[in-house]
Design a protein around this ligand. Sequence first.
Ligand SMILES: Cc1ncc(COP(=O)(O)O)c(C=O)c1O
Length: 463
Amino acid sequence: MTTPSSPAFDDAAQQAAAKRNLWLHFTRMGSYADSDVPVIVRGEGQYVYDNHGKRYLDGLAGLFVSQIGHGRKEVAEAAARQGSELAYFPLWSYANPRAIELGQRLADLAPGDLNRVWFTTSGSEAVESAWKLAKQYFKAIGQPARYKVLSRYIAYHGTSMGALAITGLPGIKEPFEPLPPGGVRVPNTNFYRAPAFVADDLTAFGVWAADEIEQAIIREGPESVAAVFLEPVQNSGGCFPPPPGYFQRVREICDRYGVLLVSDEVICAFGRLGYYFGSERYGYLPDVITFAKGVTSGYSPLGGMLASDRLMEPFAEGSATFLHGITFGGHPVSCAVALANLDVFEKEDLLGNVRANEAGFRATLEKLLDLPIVGDVRGAGYFYGIELVKDKATRETFDDDESERLLRGFLSHALFDAGLICRADDRGDPVIQLSPPLTCTQEHFDEMEQILRSVLTQAWSRL
Ligand SMILES: Cc1ncc(COP(=O)(O)O)c(C=O)c1O
């Protein structure tokens, strides 16, 4: 029998097996009926290589994950060492040395009194855990009616049922309705498409967007609202940074009504914005930070939440227990990998690299604004969205049909074929998202800009 590791497992057999047995996430499997499934076989630094040896600049860090870049032997070796010492033991009633060390290191890095670490394996589980903690916490302190969660329009917070109830993308929720009750939507901070009465004043727009959170809390009944989930920079929709003062005002509102502020930093933590945590960059102190992705740079899966000491108090004594657990949460190999990953951050001053180069990244991407199809370039750190428009003057966007032809029919493939991994997304208005490894420098920004310029120019001529 031919197996994937046997020499006879050639390209054709690999393609047949991929198409017959593998189910790709958020992917139209039918789109591979007449074309190959792309197979990425190895990575090195800022680049990955496919099964034909072709090189691609990884402009998305895999999926907002590979902060330190690919092929780091020292991190892989940390996994191997831990695997031979203690590959697995649960965090259910036991600790393991790497989880203890990582917990302490994350608490030291985290802002304020976010000292309690709850490990998961993914971002969805982290979000799910934060909601469960909020619900059980409020029951424990005598406010049992608080269960609702506010989050922003078209924000992505994960796909498990609870996390999906917080996610604000109607298209990916609809097949799974009814979802757990309590998800409430509030406006996001898309200034490019701000309401007319605040469209010329970023600060006023931020005040309006924050006050809409207060209005939603009042409308829902403050006694029923448990938490607000916000990303420091909202990814979905194409990188919406917070207006000045936005988070400070949201913090005040949350305090006024006794609502928890959860900073969902599954993307924005671990250097993406030039800081260990996005909340640090924008100067606010959340009650919980959720994280995943960059904590290990993807060398092994890990996620979690950092909760304030206050939230732990009702669980600290007597028979009180947070009734939640995940078999692989705090997996020793993943914790060893996270520690080695953070060592690379320190040794190579990756936060410093992002801070020193982010202005260059922005300026390089902003060159694309001379193209008729590029309406807006926005983001922070190494995290950018480029919004595509049909008419720059009016900011008119594409209709569903055009968007389908442009993004799925052309851009995604053309960018990949041209050697750039990024994401063409139309879950809000059509955008191209970039989130490269934190090791990137000007030469990589230039390469991204050149590929984007050429492919976007072709896209415009095909419209
Ligand atoms: C902000 C945010 N929260 C949660 C998640 C879900 O993480 P995961 O895919 O690891 O479950 C994501 C994933 O991209 C995310 O961007």
